[in-house]
Design a protein around this ligand. Structure first.
Ligand SMILES: *Cc1c(COP(=O)(O)O)cnc(C)c1O
Length: 389
């Protein structure tokens, strides 16, 4: 039994075939055959773990799940076609009419849409609480509260939520603690260790790490994941075996990639922190970050993302994007290639200024997802475009 979870994740694989291949094969098949009626009956009766149909299970998808469980320290998991299908499955499996959900106020845009637009259609209530103030969460708890949902670090404002506090609170009130761990990745932060019951990922981001495939996963307590499995088996958000195969290969390099993403990000964030065109810069591993001590406690490094505010506001934000020579303008994050985004003129442009401010989207906010290019080239590109802002 390997001692370290990264070794376990890299060494976990589907059983070798008679070909004795070193890399795992890809089971690109929608269904599985049975020798006879009795074997087929037993599989359908859940008397064994035989694969039946890829919407339910598939060996290549299971390899990805097993590797993620090893990294997160989780008992079981279910992989989905995207991060959003994992988020949606976590709500629909555990919440019903009359239930109440507490979520932190800074969450991923599409998650916000599910909570505010779709959950109320099914009679599920919600309260948003200040991510940085755990006391507020406790006063938001009602008799019908079922789940606490949070992201840390948050997107794009990089607030850090104290997972230990969240874990204690959810234990005390017997709530399901559901954590979107996409920004940190399991090599940097493992929410289950603090009491999370369900951990969600958009595997599209750092886990793929090269901007190729969509994917998502839920991992956590075995009894809860079984409920997720039953919901997904019937509703069909299954991950493609091809994408699972790609994502499992990516997991083998996740630990080393994240170390470099984070050391590049720290170096560049330090170099930019006091730049004359910037009013503030946030990176979890800089002492200037408001929740720096929590970041040090629960994260192995500061991650691959930093954000800052341009003094020139909205117009400067547009100029910043227009004058970049190397960094990509694209909606993704967590790629080998560095990416810049300006939420106020793009992802959050449809909101009013007041609505944007309420979710921490200031006019000149720039988010940088730091890639694996040479850190000096990334920094130089940012410095030269800052001159024009
Ligand atoms: C991208 C993202 C999602 C959604 O994932 P998809 O794979 O795009 O569906 C959810 N949460 C966070 C924090 C994300 O960054």
């Amino acid at each position: 039994m390997p001692e370290h979870k990264i070794t376990k994740a890299i060494r976990t694989r589907v059983d070798q075939t008679n070909e004795m291949e070193h890399s795992s094969p890809l089971f690109l098949t929608s269904s599985f055959c049975f020798d006879n009626a009795e074997d087929m009956r037993a599989a359908f009766a859940d008397e064994n773990d035989d694969n039946i149909y890829t919407r339910f299970s598939n060996p290549t998808v299971q390899e990805f799940i097993d590797r993620m469980c090893a990294l997160e320290g989780a008992e079981d998991g279910f992989a989905t076609a995207s991060g959003m299908s994992a988020v949606f499955a976590s709500f629909m499996t555990f919440l019903k009419k009359g239930d109440h959900l507490i979520a932190c106020n800074a969450i991923f845009g599409s998650t916000h849409t599910i909570i505010t637009k779709y959950l109320p259609k099914y009679g599920i209530e919600y309260t948003y609480v200040d991510a940085g103030d755990p006391k507020q969460w406790e006063s938001a708890i009602r008799p019908n509260t079922k789940m606490i949902y949070l992201e840390t670090p948050t997107n794009p404002g990089l607030e850090i939520i104290d997972l230990e506090e969240a874990g204690k609170l959810s234990r005390k009130h017997n709530l399901i603690l559901n954590v979107d761990n996409c920004f940190a990745t399991p090599v940097n932060q493992t929410p289950i260790q603090y009491g999370a019951d369900i951990v969600i990922h958009s595997a599209t981001k750092w886990i793929d790490g090269q901007g190729r495939v969509l994917g998502g996963i839920l991992v956590g307590r075995k009894d809860l994941i079984h409920e997720v499995y039953l919901f997904c088996r019937s509703t069909g958000p299954a991950l493609s075996p091809f994408n699972a195969w790609v994502l499992s290969r990516s997991l083998e390099t996740l630990d080393v990639r994240m170390e470099r993403h984070a050391s590049n990000a720290l170096h560049i964030a330090q170099a930019l922190e006091n730049h004359s065109k910037i009013s503030w810069l946030k990176y979890p591993y800089l002492p200037s970050h408001p929740q720096h001590s929590i970041a040090l406690k629960q994260m192995k490094n500061g991650g691959g993302i930093f954000c800052f505010e341009l003094k020139g506001g909205l117009e400067s934000g547009r100029k910043f994007l227009d004058n970049l020579a190397i960094l990509s303008l694209t909606a993704n994050l967590g790629d080998t290639r560095s990416i810049a985004s300006h939420p106020a003129s793009t992802t959050h442009a449809k909101l009013s200024e007041a609505e944007r401010m309420a979710t921490g989207i200031t006019p000149g906010l720039i988010r940088i997802s730091v890639g694996l290019e040479h850190r000096d080239d990334i920094l130089q590109d940012i410095l030269q475009t800052l001159e024009k802002c």
